[in-house]
Design a protein around this ligand. Sequence first.
Ligand SMILES: *Cc1c(COP(=O)(O)O)cnc(C)c1O
Length: 465
Amino acid sequence: MSVISNHMPTAELQALDAAHHMHPFTSNEALANKGARVITRADGVYLTDSDGNRILDGMAGLWCVNIGYGRTEMADAAARQMKELPYYNTFFMTTHVPAIALAQEVAKLAPADMNQIFFASSGSEANDTNIRLVRTYWAQKGKPGKSHIISRKNAYHGSSVGSGSLGGMTYMHEQGGMPIPGIHHINQPDWWSEGGDMTPEEFGVACAKELEAKILELGEDKVAAFIAEPVQGAGGVIVPPETYWPEIQRICDEYEILLIADEVICGFGRLGAWFGSEVMGIKPHIMTIAKGLSSGYQPIGGSIVCDEVAEVIGQTEFNHGYTYSGHPVAAAVALENLRIMQEENLIEHVRTAAAPALKAGLETLADHPLVGEVSIKGMMASLALTPHKDSRAKFASERGTIGTICRDRAFANNLVMRHVGDRMVVSPPLIIQQEDIDALVERAGKALDEAYSEVKSKGLLKAAS
Ligand SMILES: *Cc1c(COP(=O)(O)O)cnc(C)c1O
């Protein structure tokens, strides 16, 4: 076997990568021309690439490396478990200690009436599980027709056929026959982009009432569940107006619709609590978890299920599961992650130090001529770019053009800041300290300045008509 190592020249690694590796959410032709950025190691909140650059990871990987990189305790937990029991399944009346221990720990952290966890290896898988859970629940209750699920446009719930259908990304739906039947999408509560002349409060209620209208259109006896992220992440960090969630909760209660909170990003500390539902005042029946559950050190996800739903499902054999449901190494690593989070009081750090510092820092960028809105909740934030602040105008250029320019300028300044369309997104590791928050804000400011010059010089500072 040929040995490929960190010591090979970047160009050689890029050529091999382009020759054999199909990347997610990427045009591989474009990638082959440009060459992938090769990340070789990471420590704390910093990545190192194959050219020796030290890059501040403002995205915690993909919103997941909550405890930061390079934690040897996590490696030790994995090694210990691999030596003791590298794999066994949890099908057919068997179990093992890591799965038992992790399920108990997650149940302890979850709201009091949520005590059962169904494990998966990712958020996508967990949301596929959720589709089957809610439909099976209503079938068990003698209402098999109550099978439709309502979600939102621009939501992200994963990339499998089921979870991608729950998601509201039209550019995903255009490929491969999604959404599957029985899934419906209402508008998202994105006041800045879509609120028109309404106040945010009016708009929040109006968006929530779309759920009621959709339930009435489909028929209450046809709707199984509503799924939403407490704060939309991949959609661009859309923080709903304060009026939104209370009205959604009222509607779900009134029409007996199960509420699924997709906590894959919001869960495990990102909003300054164990779950985003606590922060947003929601009482879900099911919560989807992944990402921060293991800080990304191992692939693991799951569904936390409330007692009532778990009891009804438990009355039948649930014909569903994954080879790696509750995988012992992933479970042991997730357990170690939760131990570290608790021992280091990470939730407290987010609530009292990191989130207020990030907010104060990013709000200094609100005056920048390119920035229309600074949207922030806990440790997730976005800057909406605009050619004209007062009218909340969009750019005349194709969506994402300005965001891409700004993203590239951030990279050039050794900051990972992702763009979603023309919003710049920040979601750093939760362990980040003041000094690195200052560096993050300074680099983001530089990226904005350089993007502004480039946008002006290219004649792109034009509002859509
Ligand atoms: C990332 C994400 C998912 C999908 O998780 P994967 O582990 O990538 O399958 C689902 N829901 C939300 C809210 C996410 O951010």
